[in-house]
Design a protein around this ligand. Structure first.
Ligand code: SAM
Ligand code: DTB
Ligand code: SF4
Length: 329
């Protein structure tokens, strides 16, 4: 299947509206054209600065606008980040994703994040950061330090966006994605379902992602983790099959992207997760914690992988490691 960037809303809607089993079957067919169906890419997340965020994202435990009872934490030491990254590598992760509750990194933060990227990269892990908005120069400096991926989500449709966030615009987000792309980094961008949006909004979100000049290499599909104290704490829960439909449609319209079964996995049974893999999800976050909320721990995931006969994608060797290998042979 050819990779297309001109998906119309009507085409995406027609995919969504099919009977569930037809949709999942089609998604699995597309998946097998581009990926090994039994390999899952595993990332580990670490919050490097937690809470007191000036943005007002209505779903988030870290926004200073709401009283979520979260304990804020200043920037953590680079040594602590490196020891967590080593543990992630030892437990089978291939990518280490570092997140900060910032509107954007200040210039004074740049040496801190750059040192961290260099050291994590040197361990042989792929590096990813999510630090809020970037400007072009910051994106270029992060790329130069060895940052492989930058995560910045569109979160929801352009139409529903203003119901969820007022402190940065949808176009601000697209600008950051553009700077990341121009700097030569890989893009990780997706959204959240279960915010009280309707199917048209989920279609709108996927259309925005699939009509970017290049598809994001990684597309996290989060399910809202309701946080007490935030405006979305009591929003009606979305049915799991609708999350799985969203994954399946993302798989079909962005056939070469990694689709990540992201936040919300804690609420899923093993068979729900198996269905999400069947629908084309081939990436997840492992570890006891996401940024601030609990996640399926390593033990649970090992059991799940064994039960389903899945394997974790291996960390790719760094350029330095490849040249050492070449010298040895
Ligand atoms: N502050 C940075 C930013 O917003 O770009 C990075 C971290 S932020 C926590 C990354 C993403 O996590 C958000 O864009 C959102 O999609 C997701 N997220 C945050 N809180 C969530 C929640 N309670 N449930 C599900 N997804 C959530
Ligand atoms: C993404 O799309 N999901 C991750 C990652 N990118 C940074 C974050 C999920 C956060 C879930 C809520 C929390 O733990 O605070
Ligand atoms: Fe801040 Fe990111 Fe949470 Fe929004 S999602 S409040 S930007 S940490």
């Amino acid at each position: 299947m050819q990779v297309r960037n001109d998906w119309s809303r009507e085409e995406i809607q027609a995919l969504y509206d099919q009977p569930f089993l037809d949709l999942v079957f089609k998604a699995q067919q597309v998946h097998r054209e581009h990926f090994d169906a039994n390999t899952i890419q595993v990332s580990t997340l670490l919050s490097i600065k937690t809470g007191k965020c000036p943005e007002d994202c209505k779903y988030c435990s870290q926004s200073a606008h709401y009283d979520s009872k979260l304990e804020a934490e200043k920037r953590i030491a680079v040594e602590k980040v490196i020891s967590e990254a080593k543990e992630a590598l030892a437990s089978g992760s291939s990518r280490f994703c570092m997140g900060a509750a910032w509107r954007n990194p200040h210039e004074r933060d740049m040496p801190y994040v750059i040192e961290m990227v260099k050291e994590v990269k040197a361990l042989g892990l792929e590096t990813c950061m999510t630090l809020g908005m970037l400007n072009q120069s910051q994106a270029e400096r992060l790329k130069e330090a060895g940052l492989d991926y930058y995560n910045h989500n569109l979160d929801t449709s352009r139409e529903y966006y203003s119901h969820i966030i007022s402190t940065r615009t949808f176009d601000d987000r697209l600008d950051t994605l553009d700077f990341v792309r121009k700097a030569g980094m890989k893009v990780c961008s997706g959204g959240i379902v279960g915010l009280g949006e309707n199917r048209n909004d989920r279609i709108g979100l996927l259309q925005e992602l699939a009509t970017l000049p290049a598809h994001p290499e990684s597309v996290p599909i989060n399910m809202l983790v309701p946080i007490e104290g935030t405006p979305l704490a009591d929003v009606e829960k979305l049915d799991v099959t609708e999350w799985i439909r969203t994954i399946a449609v993302a798989r079909i319209i962005m056939p070469t992207s990694y689709i990540r079964l992201s936040a919300g996995r804690e609420a899923l049974s093993d068979s729900d997760q198996a269905l999400a893999f069947m629908a084309g999800a081939n990436s997840l976050f492992s570890g006891e914690k996401l940024l601030t909320t609990p996640n399926a721990g390593e033990g649970k995931d090992k059991q799940l992988f064994n039960k389903l006969g899945l394997k974790a994608e291996k960390a790719k060797p760094t350029v330095a490691e490849l040249s050492v290998d070449a010298m040895a042979s």
